[in-house]
Design a protein around this ligand. Structure first.
Ligand code: BG6
Length: 479
């Protein structure tokens, strides 16, 4: 039997625990990947049985069978992040029954509670002893560089950096990891992966959803830039832009991501575009504007759309624009990285497609692009031009395509399952190091404040975002 692992979730009655963490732990336990006990901690006065019932009620019907087998290993301790942790310690010791147990503490808490919870955990001695003690810290990791530093300092007062696992669920997605694998297992792309051959990189995370029920309190205080760009999108950017690591050692890997993030700049002449959705449609049905969402106040200043033009100022990337766009209530959900290659120095052929005209000038078509589709489609495609059969030399666009599902069938494990298992196994590669989070905040803090525009729900965002493309550089992908 595998060694015992006790997972303690602070904030166990919350949405994340029910929707993501418990299903992920269930999958880990039912695959026999770890010998788990789960202890939920929250304020509600649940007994073990009531906690189990509450969790079971929120699981997908397909998961209930597995939960029945696991339920006996699910327990509950009533408490608050700032309460004394003696009852928790006693319970954990009882449950372990003298067996050595690794302990993973998951802080699924409101951001304001991270510091008191960590101080409390540190003071209680629960982060010491045993085969290992680790803490997973959920986002948001601070709201700017200063607060992220304060949080890091608190963590370091009570725990070693090697015990701290800052989670970014995007890194648990197979297709995000494949970005890394694709770049560094295929020598044919590396010689092209630089400013000489790449003209522009665009990264989109478009969501069809608006602000979900019960989330406005959190979302309104952060907005799109802090909710998605500072963490998930800059992580994707780092994987695209980083130098090849010399090994898969977690520190070597993270060193390279930090170096890419530290080189991030935002040109002054192209300030970010911020906007908020107004009433419009989603899936053909009318939906309210952001200000009319439950829990959003009339004086809200949060953006739900953000588009940026960035640069990675180093020898590999200098001068190549990285365009980032994220919005809620867009016409469809897709996450994608699109790498656009330069055009041949002279254009010999005609094309069957109408070239775009910008400022009265016909632009040369960009036939070569590599698209890494992260979700919902998990795919890769390489675009190029081919000759149309018949007289003349007329070119048409064509594609080499790979689809994860066609190749590997069934869906891949959800991000939280992979990440929780890595934390249990002590592999921090897909978690953020302190300097990585700080580098990302430092870049985002440097962005100038911008007026808040609007866009109808169900549209591609405000037209101002299109101006982040210059001349013939192209336009935003529509997935
Ligand atoms: C979360 C954000 O981190 O990521 C949400 O807080 C967002 O606002 C979500 O909707 C998107 O995640 P995914 O995995 O559905 O793309």
């Amino acid at each position: 039997m595998e060694k015992l692992v006790q997972v303690v979730i602070f904030g166990a009655s919350g949405d994340l625990a029910a929707r993501k963490l418990v299903p992920a732990l269930l999958a880990i336990a039912s695959k026999g990947a770890a010998n788990l006990q789960l202890v939920g901690v929250a304020r509600r006065p649940y007994s073990d049985a009531e906690f189990r019932e509450a969790l079971a009620a929120r699981l997908d019907p397909g998961e209930r069978g597995a939960f029945e087998a696991f339920a006996g290993r699910v327990h509950y301790v009533r408490g608050d992040a700032a309460d004394g942790l003696e009852p928790l310690r006693t319970r954990l010791d009882e449950l372990a029954g003298g067996a050595p147990a690794g302990r993973l503490f998951y802080l699924s808490l409101k951001p304001g509670l991270f510091v008191p919870a960590m101080e409390n955990l540190g003071g209680s001695g629960l982060l010491q002893g045993g085969p290992w003690r680790r803490v997973i810290v959920e986002k948001p990791f601070g709201h700017d560089l200063a607060s992220a530093r304060t949080l890091n300092q608190t963590l370091h007062r009570v725990a070693e950096e090697s015990q701290i696992y800052r989670i970014d669920h995007y890194l648990g997605k197979e297709t995000v990891q494949n970005l890394f694998a694709f770049r560094f297992n295929n020598a044919i792309f590396e010689p092209l992966w630089n400013r000489r051959h790449i003209e522009l990189v665009q990264i989109t995370v478009a969501e069809e959803l608006g602000v979900e029920k019960g989330r406005a309190g959190y979302y309104d205080a952060v907005g799109a830039l802090r909710d998605m760009v500072q963490n998930h999108m800059l992580q994707i950017l780092a994987l695209v832009a980083m130098e090849p690591p010399s090994s898969l050692d977690p520190e070597t890997l993270r060193d390279q991501k930090v170096a890419a993030l530290k080189a991030l700049r935002f040109p002054r002449e192209d300030p970010p575009v911020r906007a908020r959705y107004k009433a419009g449609t989603a899936d053909g049905r009318p939906v309210p504007g952001y200000l009319d969402e439950e829990g959003v106040g009339p004086d809200s200043t949060a953006e739900t759309f953000v588009a940026l033009r960035a640069e990675v100022a180093n020898w590999r990337w200098g001068g190549v624009p990285f365009l980032l766009r994220h919005g809620k209530r867009m016409p469809k959900r897709f996450t994608e990285v699109k790498v656009q290659f330069r055009v041949p120095p002279i254009q010999l052929f005609d094309t069957c497609a109408q070239p775009p005209v910008v400022d009265g000038l016909a632009c040369q078509l960009r036939p070569n692009h590599l698209t890494l589709s992260i979700q919902p489609r998990e795919a890769l495609s390489l675009g190029f031009g081919v000759k149309v059969p018949g007289p003349g030399m007329i070119m048409a666009p064509a594609e080499l395509a790979f689809d994860y599902r066609d190749r590997f069938g069934a869906q891949t494990a959800p991000a939280y399952e992979r990440l929780l298992l890595d934390a249990i196994n002590g592999d921090p590669s897909l978690f953020l190091r302190n300097d990585e989070v700080e580098a990302a905040w430092s870049a985002v803090d440097a962005l100038p404040a911008q007026p808040l525009l609007d866009y109808p729900a169900g549209s591609w965002g405000p037209p101002e975002a299109d101006r982040l493309f210059h001349g013939c550089e192209g336009s935003w992908s529509r997935g």
